[in-house]
Design a protein around this ligand. Structure first.
Ligand code: TYD
Length: 221
């Protein structure tokens, strides 16, 4: 059996990633592909506990190294429990965030640098790389505005507190955004960047085009 296709979605909080992931999964299902959809942090029961620790705003004073190590702990579990078995079984995996997030947020945002994150990736994730990464990169202003609006809505509701990252300052998000752009310029084969403030339909179309191309390539492997 041939290995499944590994697709990741990346972008800032408020980039419209979740909406696009849902639409892409529906598009695939209509074509008879049943993707395994997962997210990071989270996606396993251990990962959900790590996620709660990472995103709760009461986890004050987490050292950047701790934050990065927890992201990779979550990822190691997700690879072992969900991603690798699915790919080995020929399934397409759609993952909401992967190591590019760690490079952008901890490497860029927390200023740990790319080299450290990539070295951790090599040690912990082995050779696992996405076949395709869709990076949603609306303008920084637009992303920030949407993320803040969403955060205000979340703050009004009961339920788990997942606002630790959204509470960061604009300068943090600027560094994340810039690191994402750097990744897109560096990994041109793997990363398809959808840039600019486009409509939901236009973004979806661009994503579908990139995914279709990879699916054709995978079938002719
Ligand atoms: P989530 O609520 O899933 O955000 P979104 O819907 O925007 O994906 O929260 C995930 C948060 O964790 C998000 O702010 C990005 C951050 N993050 C990192 O800082 N490093 C990582 O490696 C990952 C996977 C996420």
């Amino acid at each position: 059996m041939s290995r499944g296709l590994f697709v990741t979605l990346e972008g800032l909080d408020g980039s419209g990633k979740t909406t696009q992931l849902k639409r892409l999964a529906i598009w695939m299902e209509k074509r008879g592909i049943e993707p395994v959809v997962t997210r990071q942090p989270g996606g396993t029961s251990t990962g959900d506990r790590i996620r709660a620790l990472l995103l709760d705003s009461r986890s004050a004073g987490l050292a950047p190294m701790t934050e990065m190590a927890l992201m990779f702990a979550d990822r190691a579990q997700a690879i072992a429990e969900v991603i690798e078995p699915a790919l080995a079984g020929g399934k397409t995996v759609l993952c909401d965030r992967f190591t590019d997030s760690t490079e952008a947020y901890q490497g860029g945002g927390r200023a740990l640098g790319s080299q450290l994150v990539l070295e951790m990736h090599r040690l912990i994730c082995g050779g696992l790389q996405p076949d395709l990464t869709v990076l949603l990169l609306p303008s920084l202003d637009r992303s920030l505005e949407r993320a803040r609006r969403r955060n205000d809505r979340v703050a009004e509701k009961d339920g788990p507190d997942e606002s630790r990252f959204e509470r960061e300052q604009d300068a943090f998000y600027r560094r994340v955004w810039e690191k994402y752009r750097e990744i897109a310029r560096r990994d041109t084969e793997r990363v398809v960047a959808v840039e600019g403030d486009l409509s939901i339909d236009d973004v979806h179309e661009q994503i579908v085009e990139a995914v279709s191309e990879r699916l054709v390539m995978a079938h002719s492997r």
